[in-house]
Design a binder for this molecule. Structure first.
Ligand code: ADE
Length: 239
């Protein structure tokens, strides 16, 4: 059975969305992974099919009901070894390491939050692990779930071929990607760096590493400081 993402959402029509095209979409059509988007509203019980209610203690907005979401999670009948995630801006920041772990497993159940939040008791009672894709607030968890799924799918066997490990390498090692160039040789007066057309593979590799290090030090001091096997500080670049 291939890697599977089971998504619980109030907007199942948003899926597969961008996951249905390009790399992820081709892999989906080729059954290299599976996507199941389930409507939380299908687990509503009252005659109005209501899924949310006003927050206890007052305040703005609406809160997703614990009983409805718990019923939706239970109805998904997830194998016990699958991670149960809740997309939320207050969650653990998603990293490439976490993505690689999720891609190596059976694939997660992902709950997409909406409204002002979801009842805390269902987070605890169903053991949901909160995950954030960054320090900004989306209007719901769906786009965050798509980002997480996309990052996992490109790591699955057969999805990217041998390119995957190579492209992954620099970020997984805590470095930003070096700049890339292709034809034409001159663009609006700007040349491709000469070393890249020298044919000297060792020099090319050294140049790229130096570029990656300089970019990382300049743009991401947090990544640069945390890097293992750190070398001497590189010269700064533009940007
Ligand atoms: N839902 C809303 N904002 C989010 C974020 N930054 N990460 C994950 N889920 C979210």
């Amino acid at each position: 059975t291939p890697w599977r993402a089971t998504v619980l959402t109030l907007f199942p029509d948003m899926f597969p969305g961008p996951l249905g095209v390009s790399l992820a979409g081709r892999a989906l059509a080729g059954a290299l992974w599976a996507l199941e988007a389930r409507d939380i509203r299908a687990s509503a019980t009252d005659k109005h099919r209501s899924v949310d209610d006003t927050p206890a203690g007052g305040g703005p907005g609406m809160v997703l009901r614990a009983d409805v979401l718990a019923a939706a999670i239970d109805a998904a009948a997830i194998a016990p070894d699958r991670p149960r995630l809740l997309m939320s801006p207050r969650g653990r920041p998603l990293t490439q390491t976490h993505v690689a772990e999720l891609a190596a497993g059976p694939g997660p159940l992902i709950v997409c939050g909406r409204f002002e939040g979801i009842d805390q008791r269902v987070i605890e009672a169903r053991g949901l692990e909160e995950v954030s894709i960054g320090d900004y607030v989306l209007s719901g968890g769906e786009i965050a779930a798509m980002a997480l799924i996309d990052a996992c799918v490109r790591l699955l066997p057969g999805v990217m071929g041998k390119l995957a490990s190579g492209t992954e390498e620099s970020f997984s090692e805590g470095l930003l990607e070096y700049p890339q160039y292709t034809r034409p040789q001159e663009f609006e007066g700007r040349q491709i760096p000469e070393i890249l057309i020298s044919g000297d593979h060792a020099k090319v590799a050294a140049w790229r590493l130096a570029q990656s290090e300089a970019l990382t030090a300049a743009r991401r001091p947090d990544l640069w400081a945390g890097r293992t096997g750190q070398k001497a500080a590189p010269r700064r670049t533009k940007n």
